[in-house]
Design a protein. Structure first.
Length: 342
């Protein structure tokens, strides 16, 4: 029983760890300004370089305990966690702003003193050179996000727009908000669409519409396909039950009836649908037979003449009135004339 409890607790901790790990993956570096002379001010009215994080998911995640660094040595995978943590600045606890809501942005001031506030970090940034900015998970081992910021002019920023990084002019900088592409730039259609649909509602409706339309088209296709296959199967069964020859014969009879009907309509009912060529052929054959004297010369009258014989004489058949007629053949059987008494 104890082993089962230990196993259950271990699985629960593993699930929580995986869930938090996946949540950390949704936190990205969104925008960096290395030289701030006209941009946003901190609580004390001072302008400092800053790094902006963004929660790309639709769930809340607390970034306290994560690390930010601009030291390239931290990328050395051979370093142990304590060695790497020594090169980084931790995001401290105790500020509700670190509990980032869905699609929320959070600004951290760099080259600053943590005593000024929870969002002030000692992360060093050199405005004159390229700067590597990396975000690590709370274990100090897992790299969450990284970007190489090129040298920037004053008040310019390096911002992620739809997954691509680009330099933003001072009037395009958006600290604490979603990065936007100004109208008239070389933004792609995808960028413009995302600009007009920042929350993704239109994209969701479009995707649902495409899926629904695809399902309707598939239903229509398979319905028509099923009907066609059923008709083909029925035609095969009918062909097996009804031979082709009677069908052809019926078609020939139909054509003959049509031909006769056409003749009747053209030449009148007295011809009974027979072609004139047939009449002419019959008359020609009759004349030819008459000329060749091969026609029938019989009158067609049969004459039957009566002839008397002794077989139809009733008197001779009455044997009890006269002597019976004895056949001359010696093989003839004895024919008694009177009943024989025994």
């Amino acid at each position: 029983m104890i082993n089962l409890r230990i196993l259950f607790v271990s699985l629960a901790l593993l699930c929580v760890t995986v869930m938090f790990g996946q949540g950390a993956k949704n936190i990205v570096i969104n925008e960096v300004m290395t030289s701030n002379t006209q941009s946003i001010e901190d609580e004390f009215g001072q302008r400092e370089a800053w790094i902006e994080l963004a929660n790309t998911s639709y769930v809340t995640y607390n970034v306290r305990g994560m690390y930010l660094t601009t030291d390239p040595r931290a990328l050395d995978e051979s370093l142990k966690a304590p060695e790497r943590i020594a090169l980084m600045s931790v995001i401290p606890n105790g500020d509700d702003r670190t509990n980032m809501q869905a699609k929320q942005h959070l600004l951290f001031f760099c080259n600053s003193d943590p005593a000024k506030g929870k969002l002030h970090l000692r992360v060093p940034i050199n405005a004159e050179d390229s700067t590597m900015v990396a975000l690590y998970n709370g274990n100090g081992v897992e790299l969450i996000d990284k970007v190489i910021v090129p040298p920037l002019k004053e008040n310019e920023s390096y911002a992620r727009i739809n997954g691509r990084w680009q330099v933003m002019s001072p009037d395009q900088v958006t600290p604490g908000h979603s990065n936007k592409v100004q109208v008239g730039t070389d933004a792609s259609k995808v960028d413009k669409f995302k600009e007009n649909d920042p929350h993704g509602f239109a994209m969701a409706l479009m995707a649902m519409g495409i899926v629904f339309l695809s399902l309707v088209l598939l239903w229509i296709f398979f319905t028509v396909f099923g009907l066609v296959m059923r008709h083909i199967d029925t035609a095969k069964k009918m062909a097996n039950k009804q031979p082709i020859k009677p069908i052809v014969k019926t078609m020939e009879m139909t054509a003959e009836i049509s031909r006769k009907t056409s003749n009747i309509l053209q030449e009148g009912l007295d011809k009974k649908g027979i072609d004139m060529e047939v009449y002419m052929a019959v008359i020609g054959m009759a004349l030819r037979q008459y000329e060749d004297d091969v026609h029938d010369v019989e009158s067609g009258i049969i004459t039957i003449k009566p002839k008397d014989t002794i077989w139809d004489d009733e008197y001779t058949q009455m044997t009890h009135f006269h002597e019976p007629v004895i056949p001359t053949s010696h093989e003839a059987p004895h024919i008694p004339t009177t009943p024989e008494l025994h």
